[in-house]
Write a protein that binds this ligand. Structure first.
Ligand SMILES: Nc1ncnc2c1ncn2[C@@H]1O[C@H](COP(=O)(O)OP(=O)(O)OP(=O)(O)O)[C@@H](O)[C@H]1O
Ligand SMILES: [Mg+2]
Length: 368
């Protein structure tokens, strides 16, 4: 299976530019997930890869074979050989499961005996071997999505493109479908681009996550990279839950910054490579807020917070705390008594973000 390379992809609809110079590599045999809020250009990227949208410029290649290159090369979808499952799963209601999956093979004039063999093989893969003669209305939503997936795999694709394939499922079924798809993908080993706006799905399914916003890539990394070391405040906020605290850097020596949170007297120490002082944002994950228990040594970066609310969520408690002027969410498996608590914001769990500079293309518009 080849790797997918996208270079400097641009796409506009009228005067609305929805992809700004997108570049990324999807490694061979892995799952790469495009993650971002609604309207950020995920589906447009996927459709451009499949050959269903024509980008304005840029280059797309599969394992060195160029399928799109500006005005010069633009292979039609059937010559790109992508298996696609669309956002709203489209299985043909008037065809049985068998015929739905056989259809792409029929189009490619695969002989009937071979076709039957392959259809039964992929239906076995998606665990629908017992449902070959059913019609879509006789299947659950999850089963219909598996038919769509089997159809995408029927003629072995060079690339599997999945656009929110679980969006119509309830939370439990979605969880199971993710595990199941992940293990199927590993067995088949097909290079896969997966699109979702659900960060849990992105973290649990992917080898690589591409975080997008407004038609641009904010960060590319492993699930752990983007969660633990977000490149900017947008990624910190969008991937997982982050407390974002307004603060001022009082001093910074290139390794550690001394930072005062708004409304708190005692400054905190935060690892930071920069030396600029002034307004910043500091983030910490709710599970990283350490509640200091009675008798425990306080350590550095310890502050007192007021308890505003507490909720019980089965496997953990969620505290909303007031910290100076800020609201701080902390989660813990052990409840705390009282209306105040001492918390430690350990330096290694804090991230510091300087105010964002305007992206290049927005400056272009400003100049016009
Ligand atoms: N055919 C089209 N014509 C005009 N504008 C379009 C078209 N398709 C998409 N757009 C616009 O391009 C932008 C990106 O759309 P896209 O469908 O790629 O978003 P998305 O990230 O897939 O969002 P969602 O999570 O809601 O599916 C949006 O602003 C959308 O309105
Ligand atoms: Mg979409």
């Amino acid at each position: 299976m080849p790797e997918l390379e996208i270079e400097n992809l641009r796409k506009s609809f009228g005067d609305n530019t929805v992809l700004h110079d997108l570049s990324l590599t999807v490694p061979d045999g892995q799952i790469t997930t495009l993650l971002g809020p609604s309207g950020c250009g995920k589906s447009t990227t996927l459709w451009s890869i499949a050959g269903l949208h024509r980008p304005d410029s840029g280059r797309i290649s599969f394992g060195g074979r160029v399928v799109f290159d500006g005005a010069r090369i633009d292979l039609p979808p059937e010559r790109r050989n992508c298996g696609v499952v669309f956002q709203s799963y489209a299985v043909w209601p008037h065809m049985t499961v068998f015929d739905n999956v056989a259809y792409p093979l029929k189009l490619r004039k695969v002989r009937s005996a071979r076709r039957r063999e392959r259809v039964l093989e992929v239906l076995g893969l998606v665990e629908l071997g017992d449902h070959v003669d059913r019609y879509p209305h006789q299947l659950s939503g999850g089963q219909q999505q598996r038919v769509a997936l089997a159809r995408a795999l029927a003629h072995p694709p060079d690339m599997l493109l999945l656009d929110e394939p679980f969006s119509n499922l309830d939370a439990k079924l979605r969880d199971r479908s993710r595990d199941w798809l992940r293990s199927l993908q590993q067995r088949v080993g097909v290079t896969t681009v997966f699109v979702t706006h659900d960060q849990d799905e992105a973290l649990s399914m992917s080898d690589q996550v591409v975080v997008m916003s407004g038609g641009e890539i904010r960060q590319i990394g492993t699930p752990r990279d983007v969660y633990e070391n977000p490149a900017d405040l947008f990624v910190a906020d969008f991937v997982g839950t982050a407390n974002i605290l307004d603060a001022t850097t009082l001093a910074a020596d290139g390794t550690t910054a001394t930072v005062r949170l708004d409304g708190l007297a005692d400054p905190l120490r935060v690892p930071h490579a920069g030396t600029r002082t002034g307004a910043v944002s500091v983030t910490i994950r709710p599970e990283a807020v350490h509640i200091v228990r009675a008798g425990e040594a306080a350590g550095p970066n310890t502050v007192t917070a007021k308890v505003e609310t507490v909720s019980y969520l089965g496997d953990h408690y969620r505290y909303v705390l007031r910290l100076g002027g800020a609201r701080l969410v902390a989660t813990t498996t052990r409840p705390v008594d009282g209306t105040e608590m001492t918390v430690r914001l350990a330096p290694g769990d804090l991230r510091l973000f300087e105010p964002e500079t305007t992206p290049d293309h927005e400056q272009e518009y400003d100049d016009e």
